[in-house]
Design a protein around this ligand. Sequence first.
Ligand SMILES: Cc1cc2nc3c(=O)[nH]c(=O)nc-3n(C[C@H](O)[C@H](O)[C@H](O)COP(=O)(O)O)c2cc1C
Length: 399
Amino acid sequence: MKDFLKNRKILIGITGSIAAYKVLEIIKLLKESGAEIFPVMTEKATYFVTPLSIEISCGNKVLIDMFQEPLSHIELAKKCDLFLIVPATANLINKYACGIADDLLTTTLLAFRGPVIIAPAMNWRMYKASQVQKSIDYLKNIGVEFVGPEEGCLACGEEGIGRLVGAEKIFEAVVSALTEKDLKGQHVLVTAGPTRGYIDAIRFITNRSSGKMGYALAKIAKRRGAKVTLISGPSNIEPPEVDKFFRVETTEEMLEKVMESIDSATILLMAAAPIDFEPEKFYNTKIDKNSINSISLKLCPDILKEVSKLKKKPFTVGFSAEAGLNTERAKRKLREKSLDMIVLNDIIQKNTGMQSDTNQIIMLYKKGNKFFEEKTELLPKEEIASLILSKIKELKVGK
Ligand SMILES: Cc1cc2nc3c(=O)[nH]c(=O)nc-3n(C[C@H](O)[C@H](O)[C@H](O)COP(=O)(O)O)c2cc1C
């Protein structure tokens, strides 16, 4: 269970768009993260999604009519931490920009003084209307955050910009808006996923790394205000929104990209699992299975070793996948590769390490000549990422 929104109160405004049913998925994500949701619907929204569904999924009474509970607009505006409008119609955006307050939603919105996030959804013709664009520009100028819309197939059958963005993106915008930006000013360089060593045009050696741990680190670092560069080997999962994203295949390519980006990085998180050895010879064709008996291997470049040779290095964290939580090998790596910290995870234990959504780690670091070890509980990888980043912050800049 991720508790990123524990004790947070979120106002959700739902307006009359065909995409209104999608709000149910967003409510689910917000609730799973511990938020309490207070829903307000426009009268037109009730044509598209039933108040009953909204009320049941939020677990709080849905308000529509301004006179249903007089002063609810002020009470809601006072007690909530964030106002999310999803989906937002052209009508709502224009009304909010003009300060119109003619129903409960717009009145509450005008009274609300905290962060506002708007996720628009409409046909591209409406979205591109100069009135809508002018309202969006004005609202952005006064600090309102917009998520989307995106390009794609619209409900009316046309293609274009106007689709509501995915639930995960809206969820991330909410969590990010409510997260302290304690890594602002840091440039975090993260490597993630496996690498490949090609045998021939279609066959390669790799490992089971999924990229989940590195992606979680990049996502949480971004959420906490850092500039993030993510260098990823092949992974099937959707990368998080970061400042720069590079996709690589081989360990050599990963090394090259790390070296290209390292100068401006203040923190390097080597969460990737580059293969240690690769075929000595590459056949630029498909090898006939009868023509080969064995494959000779050679060592790949050791990225951390190369980084350790640099004069000016960021705060460098290595990740060590070990069979069992024996810290001796990790300590040796910490010393030999002059790391600032090493994160050790067990590849044998169930629900930890490669491919798993959860992890249990030991963080190892040195203060003076003394080694320190901190073992975490078994937690979702995003929470593990949070703990790692907090520890780095503490070691790098002090508490
Ligand atoms: C079937 C249908 C779908 C609609 N979808 C949208 C939409 O996706 N976005 C939008 O801005 N307006 C859409 N509208 C128009 C709005 O419902 C209309 O502008 C309404 O006045 C919005 O009211 P509200 O902003 O108070 O909810 C749609 C209308 C209909 C009949």
